[in-house]
Design a protein around this ligand. Structure first.
Ligand code: DGY
Length: 321
């Protein structure tokens, strides 16, 4: 009997993939770093039973429409804005993602980025490495406090809750805004549900953890940055397109807000000549929210399990649609 065919859009470690070869005929794109070429993706989609995709692959209607055998797209991310979910539904294709396994790791990075930005860690480390450190002085690289400040979490999903837990450990006052109120999180962590405007006005740290949807596109724009405190630091670890980068650059350079920690960008990878990268007040990371070795391996295994389950007629553990 022929095995179902799975195409993986990146070269993943053999030790994770090989155990699945008993049940699946698997081909991988041959680069660990570079994204699969759209022509190859389309060619593979037309013949595959399953696709294991990266968040940087665009899986739009045109691909799904031509993918006659395709039954499952397993996205190696919790976010799935790179996949046309409506089109997948229309063509009876199951889409899965990787929630839960990356929650704590992404919350660690979020809090680390907040700390690095507030306490100017990247700037200070570069200062030492470049031989600029000549004297100790009272206000050398003095940043902003984190403890006992107010953090405003926009998007109280699993990662939001894990960030709130860390913030409470730093004795922070935690405000959150979410489409639905989360009473159990409030009871457990002592966080306060407020309106979006209230959060934006009051928070010292505004943390974006919202998924990218039509509603959240450019949610953090000129008007919103303008309402933030002058000392506010904006942290974005969700998706770049939920913010307006030009407006953010303007808000920081004109002193409307203090700085930003960004793990995601409107276009990824961000160009090395992008104006935001010229600012000391901005810490930029290459979309590594869930990038610990352990978590990335768990995400790969979960995605492969999801593919196998769907192709064996079982329910995947983390379906999106
Ligand atoms: C995700 O899983 O959506 C994250 O952005 C990856 O770091």
């Amino acid at each position: 009997m022929t095995k179902p065919y799975l195409f993986i859009t990146r070269k993943l470690p053999d030790e994770v993939v090989d155990p699945f070869r008993e049940h699946l005929d698997i081909t991988m794109w041959d680069s660990k770093e570079e994204a699969v070429k759209p022509e190859r993706l389309l060619k593979e989609a037309k013949q595959a039973d399953g696709l294991l995709t990266m968040l940087s692959d665009s899986i739009h209607e045109d691909v799904l429409r031509q993918a006659e055998n395709l039954k499952v797209v397993a996205n190696l991310a919790v976010g799935f804005d790179n996949i046309d979910i409506e089109a997948a539904k229309k063509h009876n294709i199951t889409v899965t993602n990787t929630p839960d396994v990356l929650t704590e790791t992404t919350a660690d990075l979020t809090f680390g980025l907040l700390m690095a930005t507030a306490r100017r860690m990247m700037e200070a480390a570069a200062f030492v490495k470049e031989g600029e450190w000549k004297h100790w002085s009272p206000l050398l690289m003095a940043g902003s406090d984190i403890h006992h400040k107010t953090i405003g979490i926009v998007g109280m999903g699993r990662i939001g809750e894990a960030v709130a837990k860390r913030a409470r450990g730093f004795d922070m006052n935690v405000l959150y805004y979410n489409r639905t109120r989360k009473q159990e999180v409030e009871d457990k962590l002592g966080v306060e549900y407020v309106s979006f405007d209230h959060l934006i006005n009051k928070a010292d740290f505004v943390v974006s953890l919202v998924p990218l949807t039509e509603e959240t596109e450019k949610l953090f724009n000129e008007v919103v940055f303008n309402k933030m405190k002058r000392e506010a630091i904006f942290i974005n670890v969700s998706r770049g397109k939920v913010m307006d980068e030009k407006a953010l650059f303007h808000a920081i350079t004109s002193g409307e807000i203090k700085g930003a920690g960004l793990d995601v960008f409107e276009e990824e990878p961000i160009s090395a000549t992008h104006p935001l990268l010229s600012l000391n007040e901005v810490v930029c990371l290459p979309h590594i929210g869930s990038a610990s070795r352990e978590t990335r391996y768990n995400m790969m295994k979960l995605s492969l399990d999801n593919v196998l389950n769907v192709l064996q007629g079982k329910d995947p553990s983390t379906p999106v649609n």
